[in-house]
Design a protein around this ligand. Structure first.
Ligand code: SAM
Length: 283
């Protein structure tokens, strides 16, 4: 007998992973949470049937969402992570000794509890004393913050369900207000490849461009996300992601990474023409 997890990437495309067994299945107030063990990707987490992370490729997503902004702003002391209850982004952040405080705002307590229990390799950093977890809607949390953070990381689900508010103009405007004068924001920005994802990506870009003076997009290859071609947004009040980036300073930190390095940092901002066209359409 064969067991397979299948996610529909479009109406006409399915992505399947063979499963050894299901580890957990539950329903929180916000979403359905499932964990599976698989021979190819190890353990993986899905929310409402959508892939969030696998043990095999999560390092790519988490290194790229954290080390790119931290290499541009290595003096960051106060960081806000919105979403990200799996702890992967936090695991990368706590490696920076200069960071003094990290607020994690995750709407769903059950995601954190399940990840702590079943994905310790990802969730380990959540116990770092600099981390405070707030079980709240990120959209509401940022409304009340003023010049409080050096870096905001939007590690959200897709722009429907509980994550919808994290792709709105109001949210990006409030993130701008919540950042200090040299602050920056990164967000997971969907894929440019399939039209349904590209529309969401363009919508987010348009709103971020309207809220921040500097707004660029960078890419990474994440095998288990739709099409494997994934984008991140980089927005800032002041710094440019490649011109204000000091590779030597980052290398001096001595952090061992499996995907990120200063060459990848520069290269990730070099986008294919079809992606440039999609972005320019909404700029
Ligand atoms: N890396 C993943 C991806 O791109 O597929 C997403 C990581 S993480 C598991 C996303 C988290 O965002 C989920 O745990 C979800 O509960 C949380 N989330 C969704 N909407 C939220 C909101 N409005 N405020 C705070 N957290 C939210």
């Amino acid at each position: 007998m064969e067991l397979w997890f299948t996610e529909k990437h479009t109406k006409h495309v399915k992505f399947s992973i063979q499963v050894d067994k299901q580890i957990y299945s539950g329903r929180s107030e916000f979403q359905r949470i499932d964990l599976f063990d698989s021979p190819e990707f190890g353990r993986f987490l899905t929310l409402d049937g959508y892939m969030m992370l696998t043990e095999k490729d999560e390092f790519i997503y988490h290194e790229m969402i954290i080390h790119v902004p931290m290499a541009v702003h290595p003096q960051a002391k106060r960081v806000l992570v919105i979403g990200g209850g799996d702890g992967g982004a936090i695991r990368e952040l706590v490696r920076y000794p200069g960071i003094e405080q990290i607020d994690l705002v995750e709407i769903d307590r059950q995601v954190v509890e399940v990840c702590k229990k079943f994905l310790p390799q990802t969730a380990g950093g959540l116990d770092d004393p600099r981390v405070s977890i707030h079980y709240e809607d990120g959209l509401k949390f940022v409304r009340t913050k003023d010049q409080a953070y050096d870096l905001i990381v939007v590690d959200s689900t897709d722009p429907f369900g509980p994550g919808e508010g994290l792709f709105t103009k109001e949210f990006y405007g409030n993130c701008y207000k919540a950042l200090r004068a040299d602050g920056l924001m990164v967000n997971q920005q969907e894929s440019p490849f399939y039209p349904v994802d590209a529309v969401a990506m363009q919508r987010a870009h348009k709103r971020i461009v309207a809220s921040f003076p500097v707004s660029r997009v960078y890419q990474a290859h994440i095998p288990t996300y739709p099409s494997g071609h994934w984008l991140f947004g980089f927005a800032s009040k002041k710094d440019h992601p490649t011109k204000d980036f000091d590779p030597e300073a980052w290398l001096k930190l001595g952090l061992r990474t499996r995907y990120y390095n200063p060459d990848i940092h520069i290269g990730a901002f070099a986008l294919p023409n079809y992606v440039k066209d999609l972005l320019e359409e909404v700029e």
